[in-house]
Design a protein around this ligand. Structure first.
Ligand code: UT7
Length: 317
């Protein structure tokens, strides 16, 4: 049984803030942000927008693209760490918003920037076990709500967004998800962490990060997990048609290109337009390129985030 992607969707908030529109009090510049990160702008939620509204919009988009109706869905997973509520799960809110009344399981997966990769892995396992035919998998985050907007070293990096895919269980399919591998190393908990949470400070806290250490770890794990994926699937670098890495810093992506010796044209970059949208970067990028991917292509997804969590997925489109 293979999990085949039959629909892509994405949603961004209405408000876009370009680098030179950031508050002067931050003492930053378009030059610093562009050169050090590749980010040119970020989208930030406003009145009436939240993680569930963006997720719902992205999900509707993906359902339309897949040409199936909401009640065909029998599993909903949202990778997010910035849900509307502590509970219920954002996936349950999405289920309600889509008018899904078939009682399908709906839950969130907390793996920070690796949330979409982890969620795809779980959905693929449900499908392989015969427990779902159509799964809706969403990566969504609104980090603008957990940023310290006085800390220029973190607040310029992140933005809000949601991306979604619809998976279909297909027997004997050549295409679909071929391989998933997820990892975590909790000894790095303090390297990328919010300053509080429900059982400690009651609030969500704000993002804190040891940027340089996170940078190094991301490069190392992107490369390691990519090489492992090649080995396990008997592929050479040339057999990979497209890599979609998590979008945290264009310099991380450029390092990856150098180390892997891969054609830069095969590596998708969206950080200039979207910034780092955490769990949404990869599904938003997939949605951006959906019309140009083509068929019989090997697409690799790579993620790394707080935890630390990381992983890779190989999809045959
Ligand atoms: O998605 C989760 C994973 N996240 C990541 O992978 C992020 C990984 N880390 C990074 O992308 C980079 O480490 C950062 C973008 C966070 C920082 O870049 P850096 O090149 O490592 O800069 P730095 O932290 O070493 O800071 C260099 C200088 C400092 O000034 P001094 O001490 O040299 O005078 C900072 O104060 O840049 C200064 N700086 C800024 N200047 C202008 C830091 N942030 C800013 C800013 N504007 N926004």
């Amino acid at each position: 049984m293979k999990s085949v992607i039959i629909g892509f969707g994405g949603a961004l908030p209405q408000k876009c803030i370009k680098n030179d529109e950031l508050p002067a009090s931050l003492n930053t510049s378009d030059e610093w942000i562009s050169q050090r990160t590749g980010i040119k702008q970020r989208y930030v939620i406003g009145e009436g927008e939240s993680t569930s509204t963006l997720s719902t919009k992205a999900a509707k988009d993906a359902l339309d693209h897949a040409k199936i109706s909401p009640n065909d869905i029998d599993l909903i997973i949202v990778g997010t760490t910035t849900g509307d509520y502590t509970f219920p799960a954002t996936a349950c809110v999405v289920q309600k918003n889509l008018g899904i009344t078939n009682g399908c399981p709906a839950f969130d997966v907390s793996a920070a920037c690796s949330g979409f990769i982890y969620s795809l892995d779980v959905a693929d396992s449900f499908i392989k076990a015969g427990r779902a035919k159509y799964a809706l998998v969403i990566g969504a985050d609104c980090f603008s709500k957990i940023l310290d907007w006085n800390d220029r070293s973190s607040c310029v990096l992140f933005g809000d967004g949601a991306g979604a895919v619809v998976l279909k269980a297909e027997e004997d399919a050549d295409k679909g998800i071929q391989y998933c591998k997820t990892y975590a190393d909790g000894s790095y908990t303090d390297y990328l962490v919010t300053s509080g949470g429900v059982s400690t400070t009651q609030g969500a806290g704000v993002v804190t990060m040891k940027g340089r250490e996170v940078f190094k770890f991301a490069v190392e794990k992107f490369c390691d997990t990519f090489h492992e994926l090649l080995k396990k699937n008997n592929l050479n670098v040339e057999d990979v048609d497209l890599i979609i890495p998590h979008q945290a810093n264009v310099r991380i992506i450029n390092k990856l290109i150098d180390v892997l010796k891969i054609d830069p044209k095969k590596v998708v970059v969206t950080i200039d337009k979207h910034s780092n949208t955490s769990a949404a970067t990869i599904p938003l990028a997939l949605n951006e390129i959906k019309d140009s991917i083509g068929t019989n292509k090997n697409v690799v997804l790579l993620s790394m985030g707080a935890g630390f969590t990381w992983g890779s997925i190989l999809i045959r489109m």
